[in-house]
Design a protein around this ligand. Structure first.
Ligand code: PLP
Ligand code: COI
Length: 370
């Protein structure tokens, strides 16, 4: 892991607030919120320009489109990384504060992603300042629980010209969108087992949150949707046999005596939710193993009833029970397609910490006052 660098000087953020006539209201409590579709009023922008001495003064500005030349590097060689995190509104809505969940983990992961893609890493303290200051400005956009405000920090190149090289200049920006459920269904999701194409291979970029990973996974997602599944279950690149993760989540298998999840092998995303659930579940008395899972054995165990539950976990999806595996020509139900006790227990325990309803013995919740 790389050592995070920080900007030495204290960071001050210039703010240009949206004018009264351009100001939009957040969706009301009874209005639908399609995931990731409604931007808040403001965004954070900070450019890295070597000729001007590096990171430029950061700004919070009205949400707006960017203007890029068709030969800008951003359109050609896939240098793009992002993060996903959330701000939570405390139950007492009168309070002038919100919670973030382990934000330094996202900052460090974005730093690592940048190095893997040959990009200028965003200093950890600039990342944290950006998120906190922007959410303070648009705090009214944080929906009531169980909704939350989804935060999307992103790093893109700014250079122009189609010769193949790493960009020298970069833009770090952060947008906010209110969120409720990631999946349209309240019940479990089904996953299509992709046995041919792979999402990531050893030595590749699977452990980074780069757009390219998601692009390469889209044919699998298209196939899944055609078959009526919500997501793809990815297998390892060598044997096409060991479970890796789901398109937008890590995955956990619940047996009678333990919970099993694939180890961080370098080809799956080191999820913040994954590592939190491992720690939380152990503290609640569950045995958690990080071990390889053979998909054919998991199918046999689902059929025999030995495999009790399967669930995906991630920031957007929180904990989403997986109620069926879909193979080429068969659907294998898990737990009679019912939501299981363990996933419900862990989901409630995690959300209680995130929303400030339970004590946080791990020090994960960060309260930001404004
Ligand atoms: N795996 C993939 C491919 C993801 O897109 C996500 C979501 O961010 C996760 C796992 C879960 O990561 P986290 O818990 O940090 O959100
Ligand atoms: C997240 O959970 O934050 C993600 O980035 C998943 C994304 C595909 C919505």
């Amino acid at each position: 892991m790389s050592t995070p660098t920080a900007i030495n000087a204290s960071i001050s953020v210039k703010k240009e607030l949206v004018t009264a006539e351009k100001r939009r209201n957040p969706p009301g409590p009874n209005e639908p919120i399609p995931f990731g579709r409604i931007p808040s009023n403001h965004m954070f922008v900070c450019d890295f320009v070597p000729e001007k001495g590096g990171w430029q003064p950061p700004e919070i500005v009205p949400y707006h489109n960017f203007d890029f030349s068709p030969i800008a590097v951003v359109f050609h060689y896939g240098q793009e990384i992002f993060e996903g995190m959330k701000a939570y509104r405390p139950e007492n809505t009168g309070s002038k504060s919100f919670y973030l969940f382990r934000p330094e983990q996202n900052a460090q992961r974005m730093y690592n992603s940048a190095l893997r893609l040959g990009m200028e890493p965003v200093p950890v303290n600039l990342f944290l300042k950006a998120v906190e200051e922007l959410v303070k400005v648009d705090a009214e956009w944080i929906p009531d629980a169980p909704g939350s405000l989804y935060i999307r920090p992103t790093l893109i190149p700014l250079d122009e010209g189609v010769s193949y090289r790493a960009s020298t200049a970069y833009r770090f920006f952060v947008c906010l969108t209110p969120a409720r459920n990631y999946y349209s269904k309240e019940t479990g999701v089904s996953v299509y087992i992709e046995r041919e194409i792979v999402r990531a291979a050893p030595g590749g970029t699977g452990a980074t949150k780069c757009g390219g990973n998601y692009a390469a996974a889209l044919p699998g997602l298209n196939k899944a949707k055609k078959l009526g599944a919500e997501q793809v279950l990815w297998l390892d690149a060598i044997n096409h046999r060991y479970v890796e993760e789901v398109g937008a989540m890590n995955i956990m298998f619940v047996y009678e005596d333990c919970i099993v999840t694939p180890p961080l092998s370098g080809t799956i995303l080191p999820g913040v939710t994954r590592s939190s659930i491992i720690e939380l579940a152990r503290s609640l008395g569950y045995t958690v193993k990080e071990e390889r899972i053979d998909i054919n054995q998991a199918i046999a165990d689902a059929q025999s009833g030995k495999l009790k539950e399967v669930f995906g976990c991630g920031t957007a999806a929180v904990i989403s029970p997986v109620d069926a595996f879909m193979d080429a020509d068969r659907t294998i139900a898990i737990n009679n397609r019912e939501i299981g006790k363990v996933s419900t227990h862990l989901k409630n325990a995690l959300m209680d910490i995130q929303f400030g309803k339970a004590k946080d013995p791990f020090g994960w919740r960060k309260t930001v006052e404004f």
